[in-house]
Design a protein around this ligand. Structure first.
Ligand SMILES: C[C@H](O)[C@H](O)[C@@H](O)[C@@H](O)C(=O)O
Ligand SMILES: [Mg+2]
Length: 395
């Protein structure tokens, strides 16, 4: 029986929140003096938007099939990613069978090697790949998790990323991951302030809840090791992305020097099985955190996960809401998920990609249930009230 073919592929852009979760208006914990590699320049220390963290916006990819089905996906990438999808990638998708995910992925990746491999090009490839998985789910009337092998558990516990791990625990989450606020350029005072916040949180959360520090590529090896050792008394479960993603050697050195029981998590800015192979083989991490909207999509995330499993590593995808949840429920080595607290004060649960997706499930009492994913594809629809723009057309 021949599968329907892809008849249309369109790329749109959008501003404000959603998949580009850094693009938030007004005061928001996610943009509040967070340690970054740019913080060595005082003028770019207060806000990540000041150095352009929200410059890209959201990419929306819509795919249609000859049987009338349609699918879509959102990720970060904005206009430059939309250009790549329309002008370059669409040729490998149009006319292909909706089942041809591996060949399409290989053609998208291989044809962009001369300017791609990581970053924006992989965001664009991820967007197309996720839209095609959604399309296939609609053609087959099956949720994505079922198409990739089915759920290995009925409930998925979540931890919360945000400024208030203490409130996250009250809401039922495993615990919380704090953004680090001060990097090496802020000296001893910053170091002390980082530890003070951890101590305050631990005091209100009790001894057992998870507490992690997300360093967002901001540290150097020496600072990271000193921070980890000083944080051990506050029960820091893991230290995340302590140095820039290209510094595989730094990650490995930090991991080797961590206090007993503390883990190193990283990978949200890494892409493809080859990038994750380096992290795995060089001993850079205990927890790999690919973002399915950035690492190459679900097709590539499944390969990354198999590789990680063979190295005894957990794969806990970064953010990305439903695109991550369908994957995590189907993987033994993804036993918990991240939930980004997108309320400005991180004090309540709101859908991670609001306002872009309708029907987006959220954890209840800190847990997702498999029944929340029981709808075709990724189980969400694109909010029809969005101001979508299509800046480029293929051809
Ligand atoms: C500051 C935040 O922790 C990051 O921006 C966060 O969104 C990301 O790094 C994460 O791990 O969720
Ligand atoms: Mg992170």
């Amino acid at each position: 029986m021949s599968a329907p073919t892809v008849t249309d592929l369109r790329a749109y852009v959008l501003r404000g929140g959603g998949a580009d979760y850094h693009d938030q208006d007004g005061p928001h914990w996610i943009d509040d003096h967070i340690a970054t590699p740019m913080a060595r320049y005082p003028g770019y220390r207060e806000s990540r938007q000041s150095f352009g963290l929200n410059v890209l916006g959201t990419l929306v990819v819509v795919a249609e099939a000859s049987d009338g089905s349609s699918g879509f996906a959102v990720t970060t990438g904005g206009e430059p990613a939309a250009w790549i999808v329309e002008k370059h990638l669409s040729r490998f998708v149009l006319g292909a069978a909706v089942t041809d995910l591996s060949r399409i992925w290989d053609q998208m990746y291989s044809s962009t090697l001369f300017y791609g491999r990581k970053g924006l090009v992989l965001n664009a490839i991820s967007g197309v790949d996720l839209a095609l998985w959604d399309l296939l789910g609609h053609v087959r009337a099956e949720p994505v998790y079922a198409m990739i092998g089915g759920a290995v558990r009925d409930e998925q516990p979540c931890y919360a990323t945000g400024a208030r791990p203490d409130l996250a625990v009250e809401l039922g989450f495993l615990g919380g991951k704090l953004p680090l606020h001060h990097g090496p350029a802020e000296g001893a005072d910053g170091f002390t302030a980082n530890l003070r916040l951890l101590a305050e949180m631990r005091a209100t959360m009790g001894p057992d809840a998870w507490l992690a520090y997300d360093c967002w590529m901001s540290l150097d090896v020496d600072y990271a090791i000193r921070l980890a050792h000083a944080a051990a008394e506050h029960g820091l479960r893991w230290i995340e992305e302590p140095v820039p993603p290209d510094d595989y050697w730094g990650h490995a050195a930090i991991r080797k020097a961590l206090p007993p029981g503390m883990l190193l998590a990283t990978g949200e800015h890494e892409a493809t099985r080859w990038g994750f192979r380096l992290l795995a083989e060089m001993g850079c991490a205990d927890i790999l955190q690919p973002d399915v909207g950035w690492c190459g999509g679900l097709t590539e995330l499944l390969r990354i996960s198999t590789l990680a499993d063979a190295h005894g590593l957990l794969v806990v995808p970064h953010g990305s809401s439903v695109y991550s949840y369908h994957f995590a429920f189907a993987q033994h080595n993804s036993p918990f998920s991240e939930f980004l607290m997108m309320a400005p004060a991180a004090d309540r649960v709101v859908p991670m990609f609001h306002p872009q997706l309708l029907g987006e499930p959220v954890p209840e009492h800190g847990r997702l249930r498999i029944g929340q994913l029981d709808a075709p594809g990724f189980g969400v629809t694109l909010n029809p009230d969005l101001a979508l723009a299509r800046p480029y057309r293929r051809g």
